[in-house]
Structures are given as C-alpha cells and as structure tokens.
Write a protein that binds this ligand. Structure first.
Ligand code: ATP
Length: 246
C-alpha cells in the first residue's frame, strides 16, 4: 500500500481568540482531486497553508509524503505546487516567457510545451499576459504551479469572478492535471465546482469538518438531496436547529 500524499490529523489553529481550524483530519490519496469545501471564513485557506508549511499550526500533525511541513517546510515545498491567488505577472511578458522564467528556478522543470498544451494555452503561448482573459490567466497560474513537477498541486479559489464558460475551461484544465498524475488539493467555496470536480472532499464550516466523502456518496446519504448545496443546507440547518432547541 502506498502512503497517502497528504495526511492531516487533528489540526488546530487559532488567531488570537478566533478558532480558525478546529480538529480537522483528512487523508488525500495519490492521483485524486481532493476538495476542501466550505463557505467564506470556514478555515479552508488556513488548513492548506498549514499543509504547505506556510503557517504554523497550534496542534495536530501533518505529513506530506511522510514529511512534516511544520518542521521541514523546505523539503515539503519541493513536493508542492501552489497556485498564487490573484497572481500578477508583468503586463508585457508572454505565457511562454513566464513559464521559461519560472522553470529556471527548478533543477528538473516540467516540459513547457506539454504544460501549455495540457492547460489549453496553445493559441495564447505568445500572447502578452495583459491581453489574456481571467480564465486564461488562471490557467497560466496553474501552469506555473506545475512547473516544478510537484506531486501535489494546491489550487485555492481558482474560479472566483470567472464567467461560466471560463470556469468550465478551468475545470477541464484541473481534470487534465489530475489525469496527468498530479494529486490536486482544491480549495473552493463553490458547491457546484466541488460536485463536478472532486473525487472526494471534506465539507468545512466554522473550522470543523461537517461531512466527508465523494460528492455522489454525500448526496446519496442525505434525504431529498440532489446536490452538494442541498447536503450543506441540510447539515447546517440541522445544526442550527440543534443549537436553537438544545
Ligand atoms: P475565505 O475563502 O474567505 O478565505 P477560508 O475558508 O479560506 O475563507 P480562512 O481564510 O482560513 O478561511 O479564515 C478562517 C478564519 O480565520 C476566518 O474567520 C478569518 O477571518 C480568520 N483569519 C484568517 N487569517 C487570519 C489572520 N491572519 N488573522 C486573524 N484572523 C484570521
């Protein structure tokens, strides 16, 4: 049996008196798109920042391919590609130039032409960054996250602000990344996005996991649910009712 790509056990993180992540545990297996899904402020970004070794946890244990990102962040970062939220490149740089520049930071970078093809950027390879649409810019940011041939790509809120077609194009790109063998840890607050893309997910609310499983299993396990949105509403309204009537 191969070790999980990411293992998070009883993660806890507070900011002052604010509990941002409360006893979160999950395992990401190799080759899947694993979702960290939840509303704004649920604790998703804090969780994946701890996984990436960018933030110090207050409690719990994390491993990425067996290495602890809290004590060995440099070793873990070699295995992780992170897409930069609201990434900005120089207006005049072209897609191919940007990838070539970032490739130079790695001893054994990915093949640039393969990345361009996989992310559907062939026609835009020589276009300047400022001329790209929002969806194309996001696909460039995914390509940059993959330039170091990471085992796992962390993609945080990829499709916020995109129109439906651009969103679907980014979804196709993320599936292509998974199909090419990279494990994807996907952070999103879009229930539909998680439903369509994720092989498995944790649903987080108020820093706690309220459900875990594949979208299909979660929907099937919830009476009258036809979507993850229904699952979320069912779970959170049940909790609210418990709170009110307790
Ligand atoms: P969003 O999608 O809005 O970023 P999220 O699910 O990623 O939400 P986090 O960004 O992890 O959630 O934030 C979880 C909670 O911790 C929120 O209440 C947020 O306001 C708070 N928080 C996040 N970062 C800090 C910080 N540096 N200092 C204080 N509070 C913070």
């Amino acid at each position: 049996m191969t070790a999980p790509v990411v293992e998070v056990r009883n993660l806890h993180k507070t900011y002052g008196s604010k509990v941002a992540v409360d006893d979160v545990s999950f395992v990401v297996e190799r080759g899947e798109i694993f979702g960290v899904l939840g509303p704004n402020g649920a604790g998703k970004t804090t969780t994946v920042e701890c996984v990436a070794g960018l933030r110090q946890a207050d409690g719990g244990h994390i491993t990425v391919l067996g290495v602890d990102p809290q004590t060995q962040p440099e070793a873990v970062r070699e295995q992780i590609g992170i897409q930069f939220q609201e990434m900005q490149l120089h207006d005049k740089i072209t897609v191919r130039e940007a990838l070539t520049m970032f490739a130079a930071f790695h001893a054994n970078p990915a093949n640039i032409e393969n990345l361009i093809t996989m992310l559907g950027l062939g026609e835009k390879a020589d276009a300047r960054f400022k001329t790209l649409s929002g969806g194309q810019k996001q696909r460039v940011s995914i390509a940059l996250a993959l330039i170091g041939k990471p085992t796992v790509a962390i993609l945080d809120e990829m499709t916020t602000g995109l129109d439906p077609q651009a969103r679907r194009d980014v979804w196709d790109a993320i599936r292509a990344v998974r199909d090419a063998g990279t494990t994807v840890l996907l952070v999103t607050h879009f229930m539909e996005e998680a439903e369509r893309l994720c092989d498995r997910l944790v649903l987080i609310d108020g820093g706690r996991i309220i459900a875990e499983g594949s979208p299909t299993d979660l929907i099937a396990a919830t009476p009258d649910a036809t979507s993850l949105e229904d699952v979320f509403v069912s779970l959170t309204s049940a909790q609210a009712a418990k709170h009110v009537f307790a």
